[in-house]
Design a protein around this ligand. Structure first.
Ligand code: SF4
Length: 364
């Protein structure tokens, strides 16, 4: 491993290629994130296909980051600035795939790609085209119609919550009437399955917000004739986002909120596990001591929870100010993240990225 790392280090600067950091204990380094400014250089597509894999399709990455900058979102904040794969590059990657397979388009807000219709039309060799994430907007009618004509039956949307006020705090600019109009449109286009992603125990979330989620679910069920599946993830603060420093909700808060959810009959629901959410947060917040705790669990069956002071990582605000992941400089200024958190408190929105004009976060 040290030899591989040394060779990688010779390639240039980067947070994952400093062999001293990887093999030295108790030393503090700072590492600057490196990223491709131009995705013409990107080669992100399925290199091989395995029939027993979860995704029975070939995947191509179409974008990095997302201009919306939802304040909880790892994908948006950790990969800024937003970039698209050029259409010519997409066509080149597509050539590598066999004829007749399904295709998955990976990235944030896929249908916003400036050439999305052309991209869909040039995929004749593929069967169904699956966009991984789409923004809720009726302006995508023509694009969704094209996807439907090519055989797409299922669409995933992420309202996150039924409360408009809370959604604004997350910097998600979509109203409940936008969501309902969009669902009506999906029904008109005869989509057979709609998956809806929500979060529970979000920052600033009140009991009233849960009631509004119940209401949105009820209205969605009335508008959509096909199958509806709903997933509730427990909110986990993500590194390098405006919510990175805040504690996770207590188990009691999660229990009460989950109990208050009313899922209309006929909707399939999946609610996240509290212990899983706790572990996710632990993995992003703990330092090298976590490595030893994992070894203890694997070799001596001693639970990680018994090796570490869990409360420190999950609930203590003073600890979170010195989180181990801060040694990585993502390029987004800490002051920008702090301002975004204050704006969330005041329910203020931040505009979408405009790299030609904007210098707000320090990346462009
Ligand atoms: S500087 Fe502005 S446009 Fe560029 S990534 Fe940051 S917020 Fe987006």
């Amino acid at each position: 491993m040290p030899k591989i790392l040394t060779n990688l280090k010779d390639l240039g600067e980067g947070c994952y290629i400093n062999e001293e950091w990887v093999i030295s204990q108790n030393k503090k380094y700072h590492a600057k994130r490196v990223y491709l400014k131009d995705l013409t250089e990107s080669e992100s597509f399925s290199a091989f296909y395995y029939p027993d894999a979860t995704f029975k399709m070939n995947l191509v990455e179409l974008s990095r980051s997302c201009s919306t900058k939802c304040r909880f979102c790892l994908l948006s904040y950790n990969y800024l600035p937003p970039r698209w794969i050029p259409t010519s590059k997409f066509a080149q990657m597509l050539e590598e795939f066999p004829v007749g397979m399904d295709l998955g388009l990976i990235g944030g807000s896929i249908l916003d790609h400036p050439d999305i219709k052309e991209i869909i039309r040039t995929t004749n060799k593929c069967k169904v085209i699956n966009p991984s994430s789409i923004k809720i907007s009726t302006s995508f009618y023509d694009t969704l119609k094209l996807l439907r004509e090519k055989g797409l039956e299922s669409i995933t949307i992420a309202p996150e919550t039924g409360s408009e006020e809370l959604r604004n705090r997350l910097n998600k600019r979509v109203s409940n009437s936008d969501i309902l109009e969009f669902i009506k449109m999906l029904n008109e286009l005869r989509f057979k399955h709609m998956k809806m992603y929500f979060m529970i125990c979000l920052p600033f979330e009140s009991a009233k917000d849960i009631l509004e989620t119940n209401n949105l679910l009820k209205q969605s069920k009335e508008l959509f004739d096909g199958k509806i599946s709903v997933t509730f993830s427990i909110f986990v603060p993500k590194p390098h986002t405006p919510f990175q420093d805040i504690p996770i909700a207590s188990k009691e808060e999660f229990r009460q909120k989950a109990k208050a959810l009313e899922i209309p009959k006929g909707i399939n629901v999946d609610i996240g596990h509290y212990n899983g959410a706790k572990r996710q947060l632990l993995y992003s917040r703990a330092g090298e001591e976590l490595g030893y705790a994992i070894l203890e669990e694997l070799c001596n069956h001693k639970k990680i929870e018994a090796s570490l002071q869990m409360n420190k990582y999950l609930f203590q605000l003073d600890y979170s100010k010195t989180l181990p992941f801060h040694f990585i400089d993502s390029g987004v200024e800490e002051s920008f993240l702090e301002r975004e958190y204050l704006k969330a408190q005041k329910r203020l929105l931040t505009p979408h990225c405009n790299p030609q004009m904007c210098k707000a976060c320090g990346i462009c």
